[in-house]
Write a protein that binds this ligand. Sequence first.
Ligand code: PMP
Length: 378
Amino acid sequence: MEIYLDNAATTRPDPAVIRAVSGCMEQTWGNPSSLHGKGLDAELLVNVQRKTIADALGCTAEEILFTSGATESNNLALRGVASAYGKHKPHIVASAVEHASVDSTLDALEAQGFRVTKVFPDANGQFTAGAFLDAVTEDTCLVSMMAVENETGHLLPVSAVFRVLRRRYPHIIRHCDFVQGFMKTADTVGLLTADLVSVSAHKIHGPKGVGALYVRKGVRLHPVLTGGRQQKGLRPGTEAVPLIAGFGEAVRQMQTYDVWKQAERCYDALEKRLAEMEGITVNRFMSGVPYILNFSVEGIRSETMLHFLESKSIYVSSGSACSKGARSRVLTAYGVPDDRADSALRVSFSAENTVEDVHALADAIAAGQQQLIHKNTK
Ligand code: PMP
């Protein structure tokens, strides 16, 4: 039996999502921009999903843009704001633990002449509003801060920081990468306090290749792509109707259960088992979500343990799936020493996981320690 514990990388598509995608491809394959009935059917379908996602985020349907995923949402948010506001305000502030789709975009903007200030966590691994206030200047156009860090599960105080920023610097645009929090945390990022929010479908049992960007009414954004007039010209291109159908269905399915609550049981069980084992350090920083747990197994490189677990049909991750084996820049930013970062594993739960999965994982890690450390010292 397979035990999938890498839900922060991606989630298994919900059967209802698969039905929605294929049903749409069979029946609602018109182009939403076409003026005839087939186009209208597709447009209506897109609009229903737009409303579902808007309701889940607590905004209006007009404020939702569909994209190809959160990488595009993050690019559109950062590049779109930089282009619209950056001429007079060429400074951007972001946390130092952002996902590569934000971090690398900032590097690209820096190469174009923007100034970027990264805010690091303090000695306790915390971000404070004060640190962001210290970083912003009169020419800051944008602050970007993720809600749930994807490698450690750290729950960042986005609402608190954004509320202070809004009061002191109402003209600075506030962007939140909400990918690992959407439909999983109770806080909808204090959406009231963010101007731009990125989400992705495949982290919530939806299809890959579709996401959304919430753009608060009144925020100016320049498009990154040029093309037709779809989605107000802000995101031209024929909408990915079947994927959007799946995205909406994924949101509706997620509304029927509580990932946070179900993951808590797994998290507590794993934490307890790890505490009883030798040579394990949990990499946790103050507040965290119960569906991501990062820990290091002393003396065994992440990939070695990952593949050992895979041989037992248990799937976990070494840091972020997007960093493909390089040492985690994020763990380093949190002050995790190199040897611990090199032996870090990330376990991430969905509502499908059980306490039995956790025991199987802990038993397999213990077996791996026996076998792999022994082999290393031979
Ligand atoms: N932001 C975060 C926090 C993520 O975890 C991911 C996915 N690893 C992304 C952005 C990118 O999302 P997508 O795969 O939809 O491009």
